[in-house]
Design a protein around this ligand. Structure first.
Ligand SMILES: Nc1ncnc2c1ncn2[C@@H]1O[C@H](COP(=O)(O)OP(=O)(O)OP(=O)(O)O)[C@@H](O)[C@H]1O
Length: 398
């Protein structure tokens, strides 16, 4: 028998709606695991969460805990905790009163036990000593911490969180996402966490379930999802910004140097093998600016010579290309050389967290965001040398 939450072929349909909001979803969340439901607005994340909670009726499928269906069990009897975007604190109770509200009746009635447990929960969420604070005086982040303490108070067997951080500003959200993960891990809480923010999903969850148009597209650990998105749709949603077909092998076909460099670097770095007809997905940072243009000079030879496909799913340089900048061949395991063959035209220069990031137009690839070393900058219109960072490149099926 499986432990934890099992969602089997669940369908949620709203009256009058043309299509189901949740359309046959299967998902398991074993005890102790934190799973993020990630997807664009309207894809059905909240509907699925609410169906698990018992707040929406199932139009099909089953929800079970430890193998026992919970469909007939009322919301408050499921042993599931809920936390929403607005923690919905009780304005007429202080912090301790809000947290204590979540405690089981036995603990709530025992004054010493209640005091101790409230203090323990407030320590856990990083708000020690705030018991007597009026909740109206708390910041948005503090309010959500209190709401989290209240939700954890009854030790729910499953905590359902619906965009709990989305009302907060970005910096705070990032910090709270990490704190939230720490709290869930420290309390061994099984959790299903809805978000539309990739970074948040990756920061909080053990596994991420990517959802689109009522269906699950892929469920994997953050690292696996990032390295091996199952489809272009998933990759787009994770933030991959350019897609380049892997050249189909045909002796003598010219391959743009940037594409040759990408394929070479990806192969060298062990990116999942690229079948002929597959696609390379590039995230911001797949190209990195090489200051001083030393890469462009070396790349000049490649540029002039062009490159050619040399085997199934692989790319190499044509005979005559400078060997120091050969790309993609079995003998070339050098990312720097691979990338040094490439240059691009800067279209936009912007600053991100004090570092320069440029949008470059790269022949054969298109517009991509390239990262620059600290302290470096340039102007729109300049050509810059680029190298490939295979950590921001993934292979997709064609
Ligand atoms: N109570 C409702 N009645 C009718 N349609 C609804 C209801 N709630 C949601 N929907 C519709 O169901 C679909 C899925 O909505 P849902 O809120 O589950 O998506 P979501 O992924 O959580 O979106 P968001 O991130 O914007 O909250 C949408 O098309 C939405 O308009």
């Amino acid at each position: 028998m499986s432990d934890g939450l099992q969602v089997a072929d669940v369908v949620v349909r709203y009256p009058g709606a043309e299509r189901a909001a949740v359309d046959g979803v299967d998902l398991a969340v074993p005890t102790g695991e934190v799973v993020a439901l990630l997807g664009p607005s309207g894809c059905g994340k909240s509907s699925l969460l609410r169906a698990v909670a018992g707040l929406e009726p199932l139009a099909g499928g089953d929800v079970a805990w430890d193998g026992v269906p919970v469909a007939g069990v009322p919301v408050h009897r499921r042993g599931f905790g809920l936390l929403f975007q607005d923690g919905q604190l009780f304005a007429h109770r202080d912090v301790a009163g809000n947290v204590a509200y979540g405690l089981p009746a036995g603990v709530r009635r025992d004054r010493a036990a209640r005091t101790a447990r409230v203090a323990e929960l407030l320590d856990l969420v990083g708000l020690p000593g705030t018991q007597r604070r009026d909740v109206a005086t708390l910041s948005g982040g503090e309010r959500q911490r209190v709401a989290l303490a209240r939700a954890l108070a009854p030790r729910p067997r499953l905590l359902l969180l619906d965009e709990p951080l989305s009302a907060l500003d970005r910096g705070l959200r990032e910090r709270l996402a990490l704190d939230l993960r720490d709290v869930l891990v420290a309390t061994a809480t099984t959790a299903l966490f809805v978000t539309h923010d990739q970074d948040e999903a990756f920061a909080v969850a053990d596994r991420v379930a990517v959802m689109d148009a009522g269906r699950l597209l892929q469920v994997a650990s953050p690292a696996d999802l990032w390295a091996r998105p199952a489809s272009r749709r998933v990759a787009e949603f994770l933030g991959y910004e350019a897609f380049v077909p892997v050249p189909v092998p045909a002796a003598g076909d010219a391959v743009p140097p940037a594409v040759a460099a990408l394929v070479g670097a990806a192969r060298s770095a062990g990116v999942a093998l690229l079948p002929a007809g597959g696609v390379l997905a590039l995230a911001a940072g797949a190209f990195v600016v090489v200051p001083g243009g030393e890469g462009a000079e070396r790349g000049g030879a490649d540029h002039a010579a062009g490159a050619a496909v040399d085997g199934p799913g692989s790319v190499g340089t044509v005979p005559g290309a400078a060997s120091g900048s050969a790309v993609g061949g079995p003998a070339s395991d050098d990312r720097h050389h691979a990338g040094a063959a490439v240059d691009g035209r800067v279209e936009v220069v912007r600053s991100r967290r004090g570092r320069t990031e440029v949008v470059v137009e790269v022949a054969g690839v298109g517009r991509v965001s390239a990262l620059a070393p600290a302290g470096w900058t340039c102007a729109a219109g300049e050509r810059v040398a680029l190298r490939v960072d295979a950590a921001a490149v993934a292979g997709l099926p064609g």
